[in-house]
Design a protein around this ligand. Sequence first.
Ligand SMILES: [Zn+2]
Ligand SMILES: [Zn+2]
Length: 257
Amino acid sequence: MRCDYHTHTTYSDGSFLGWMVHAAESAGLDAIGITDHCIVSSREGPRHQRENMGFNLDVTYERRRAAIDALNERRDIDVIDGVEMDFHPDDETEIAAFLDEVGFEYAVGSVHEVDGTNVHFEDHFAEQSAAARRDHVTTYFDRLVALIESELFDIAAHVDLIERNSTLRGLATDEQYRRVAEAFTDSRTVPELNAGRVLSEYGEVHPTPQFMEILREEGVEFVFGTDSHDPSEIEPRKEELEKFAATHGVETTTLAL
Ligand SMILES: [Zn+2]
Ligand SMILES: [Zn+2]
């Protein structure tokens, strides 16, 4: 893996920028993309999420950019000024205007929420019927397809994030995977191999091998993203991603920046 396209710093819910960059360099990477969370929706739910989490990259990106520039002068590794934006189809206009104004080197788009709730929140979905949970999975993939079709993003993050949640796991269908794969073939957006939970309770890379095979049948390419929030996560997750790619014979690509 030459570039890790998905990492977080103290500009959202990760660790000091300098520590993340140092860890990436020690892990033998040529480049690290810094993709702090950013929410620009004016809808009530996302606004509360932004406040609760203390996310404010939409305000602090210039400071972060200055820090990235300074690191690029001192370090051999390339530090890339990216972002991970929460995506919802209702927010397309706001996201487009923000990205246009700010000019990150690349943007990662993520569907983090269904049913007004973060996908990770097990208790919320555990109380619901199997039919309701299947509907949420359908909604998740509808939003992911909208994300890909929006052409706003270079990368679609953790494309089967719902698998992290044990109450939503295994409900996705090959038909949903196929729709996503077909959307990617018509879009500039590429999915990532994401290691965000590969060494914790979920224990798998995103996407699942089954989803990945369908994506590959449609000729979709991937980039690497460790989704690290702590410097100690970068190297072991990088190794897991390389192992996964080797096992499944996946070639990964790089963004033309
Ligand atoms: Zn994410
Ligand atoms: Zn992330």
